[in-house]
Ligand binder design. Structure first.
Ligand code: NAD
Length: 417
């Protein structure tokens, strides 16, 4: 199945192979889990505002359905390709199982330059992409959610397009929707809130001996900005943040509430308080206690891992640390909170949203946040306990739990026919 092979997919497979060996995983199950169950490549033609027609490549990949329907975000980005989407789908499988959610993993995306597109073009792209993958999605089959450069509005367009085909409103077909069309209170902030929660738990375990821990956050979109907001509220001094245009740094700590409203107005962190700008790669190497990569995959590699000074790396993004870098960071004693745990808050509250949509019964924000805190806390403790008991790193422990749960379901269900 070489169709999927690219760096990110091979990294995801390598991680699976590593834990499969440690767990003595049944070879048949291991082989089945190494590849997605289903993948669709579609052409997404849209009319641009200037009257021309352009065709984009779209993908939807479902990795595993042993535990329930598949679940995973949709990304609009110029680096989207089949291998990346397949890797992200595989990570979603482990993440859902780790959090004990009744889902398998999926992911989707369209290769495009969203920053260069108008809102009207984005809407046409989202609607046509939805139409092309319509046969794959549905509340009982596969439920998309937001990811890079997609948001609540994108989900509303997808929900509307799907509902028009079905003939009635189907809010449960996507999560991360606006509350007005069946979204859940607390969903918008859930991923960043969850990242900050796992950092807090890590700080409690590690006892770094610093009164005010410092942090740097790469990416200031949904995940990065909300993580920064909650780290700040937890008493962490956030000294650097960045987005696609670059970063800003203030050793005395950034005024995060003011920065959040600045970014809401200007769309970038650049220019805030006339601070010096800093390159994204330098931000990663800052002397801080906590580093949160919350943008792209493969940003910490064997080339810069040795230079990482943070004691805790909380993966807001999916796959920001390559396996080679992972080994280097482990040797340096860095406490990594793997993405399948750190950024799981989003899918947890997506699950709550789906449950509320199906039951037509909505919860208060306090109920959502309390249940989120409980599930994240439980998963963190489980991972930490396994890492201590088996003397393995957190990623391996998290994967052992996630892969183990999927493998048990697969074993019980057997191989059809
Ligand atoms: P987003 O589109 O809201 O924000 C992305 C941010 O990354 C923006 O600030 C953008 O400027 C920045 N960025 C883009 N390219 C960059 C680069 N080359 N260097 C530095 N910054 C760059 O996306 P998001 O939803 O916050 O997702 C970020 C990451 O978190 C992705 O890896 C995604 O898969 C992961 N994630 C998201 C969710 C979610 O609920 N949204 C859940 C789990 C994981």
């Amino acid at each position: 199945m070489q169709e999927f092979y690219n760096e990110t997919f091979l990294n995801a497979q390598k991680q699976l192979d590593h834990v499969a060996q440690l767990m003595n995983l049944d070879t048949g199950i291991h082989e089945r889990l190494r590849y997605p169950r289903k993948a669709l490549i579609v052409s997404v033609p849209i009319r641009l505002d200037n009257g021309q027609t352009r065709v984009y490549s779209g993908y939807r990949v479902q990795h595993d359905q042993s535990l329930g329907p598949t679940k995973g975000g949709i990304r609009f980005h110029h680096e989207v390709n089949l291998g990346e989407v397949a890797a992200l789908a595989m990570w979603m499988t482990w993440k859902c199982a780790l959090l004990n959610l009744p889902y398998g993993g999926a992911k989707g995306g369209v290769c495009c330059f969203p920053e260069e597109m108008s809102v009207a073009e984005m809407e046409r792209l989202a609607r046509r992409y939805t139409t092309e993958i319509l046969s794959m999605i549905g509340p009982e089959k596969d439920i998309p959610a937001p990811d890079m450069y997609t948001n609540e509005q994108t989900m509303a367009w997808i929900m509307d397009t799907y509902s028009n085909f079905i003939g009635y409103a189907v809010p449960g077909v996507v999560t991360g929707k606006p509350v007005a069309v069946g979204g859940s209170l607390g969903r918008r902030e859930a991923t960043g809130r969850g990242v900050a929660h796992t950092v807090k738990m890590a700080l409690e375990k590690l006892k770094l001996g610093t009164d005010v821990p410092t942090a740097a956050v790469q990416g200031f979109g949904n995940v990065g900005s909300i993580t920064a907001k909650y780290l700040d509220l937890q008493g962490v001094k956030v000294v650097a943040v960045s987005d696609v245009q670059g970063g800003i740094y203030n050793p005395n700590g950034l005024d995060i509430p003011r920065l959040l409203s600045y970014v809401a107005d200007r769309g970038t962190v650049i220019g805030f308080d006339e601070l010096d700008s800093m390159e994204n790669k330098d931000l990663l190497e800052l002397d801080v206690d906590i580093l949160v990569p919350a943008a792209l995959a493969n940003v910490i590699t064997e080339h810069n891992a040795e230079k990482i000074k943070a004691k805790i790396v909380a993966e807001g993004a999916n796959g920001p640390v390559t396996p080679e870098a992972d080994e280097i960071l482990q040797k340096k004693g860095v406490f990594i909170i793997p993405g399948i745990l750190a950024n799981a808050g989003g899918v947890v509250v997506s699950y709550f949203e789906w449950v509320q949509d199906i039951q037509h019964l909505f919860w208060s924000e306090d109920q959502v946040n309390e249940k989120l805190g409980y599930l994240m806390g439980r998963a963190f403790e489980e991972v930490y306990n396994i890492s201590q008991a088996k003397k393995v790193d957190n990623r391996t422990a998290a994967m052992m739990l996630g892969v183990g749960r999927v493998a048990s379901a697969k074993m019980l269900r057997g191989l059809y026919p």
